[in-house]
Design a protein around this ligand. Sequence first.
Ligand code: FEO
Length: 386
Amino acid sequence: MTITNDIFYIGVNDHKSDLFEGQYIIPNGMAYNSYVISDEKIAVMDTVDKNFREEWLANLSEVLSGRKPDYLVVHHMEPDHSANIAAFMELYPEAVIVASAKAFTMMKNFFGTDFEDRKMVVGEGDALELGKHTLTFMTAPMVHWPEVVVSYDSADKVLFSADAFGKFGALDTDEDWACEARRYYFGIVGKYGMQAQILLKKAAGLDIKIICPLHGPVLKENLEYYIGLYNTWSSYSPESEGVAIAYTSVYGHTKEAAELLAEKLTEKGCPKVAVSDLARCDMAEAIEDAFRYNKLVLATTTYNGDIFPFMKEFINHLTESNFQNRTVAFIENGSWAPAAARVMGKMLENSKNLTFAENSVKIMSALSEENRSQIEALAAELAGDK
Ligand code: FEO
């Protein structure tokens, strides 16, 4: 795939893995992107996952057409991109690795060597001249590991953005960008909003026409749309008006309450209601919804004096990713000593700028008439409070 006259795509599509990074389902696979800049000097931008070594090397060989690469630029050391560094260096013994100092430390940990005689350490503002193209490096620590750099090619106005602007999904499938980019962002980078904001501020000073991420499609049009979403996500601002309802239910009564609330919210004209059964849904999808909408309802049972395990895991994910700036409401169920609302409140006590709904629902086993009134009142409060 040709990206510009001198920049070529040599990445691969993964339809074999069941989970990405050992935890995220990838129903439409995953892409590990890699690029070649062909100039007076040739730079290869990152490698790919270890299971696709031969395919990647074949793609590279085809683009090289007999020439030898001068540089391997390593933006990120996570193995989905770095696994083939040693194989590349063995195959192309004249090539030099260009990476951050921290990346070379990680190479020693991964490969037993930091390629001492063949390394070029780059940091903020350093440049790599390839001929017509010059790459300028910017550090992007914690987007999504500490060693990350991104690079900007001023000739073709391309940002090589590492994991930023990445998404789940192979490139030979057709799907909406935002849905799987949002799930990827809040699953993988969500904790590091402040660092993503710093990167966006650096990028704002550049004239960018193309974004080449390490996952997902190359972005060539409407860049303001993608950058705008990244700005919203990384600033922890809600993206849309709506209510995410996340629940767990043991015998169906809490589920009934969650679904009744969803029905009432829809009746009252709430623009979007997203309901997740945390025991059965993709947890990353539920996390994505919690960050997408401006209101969140948590409904769970009291369990062993605590809360049901899936809800505990869910709230831990939220707080780990700095959940903030939302309205939160509770529905609790407890047959003899309801404690779930108190436990959930405690888990969220250090989250910034949360507004807790005045109405809550306390179920003592099955829904009572009083519970139905409480749900009606909660729906009115959430639907009215825009
Ligand atoms: Fe795509 Fe953080 O690796």
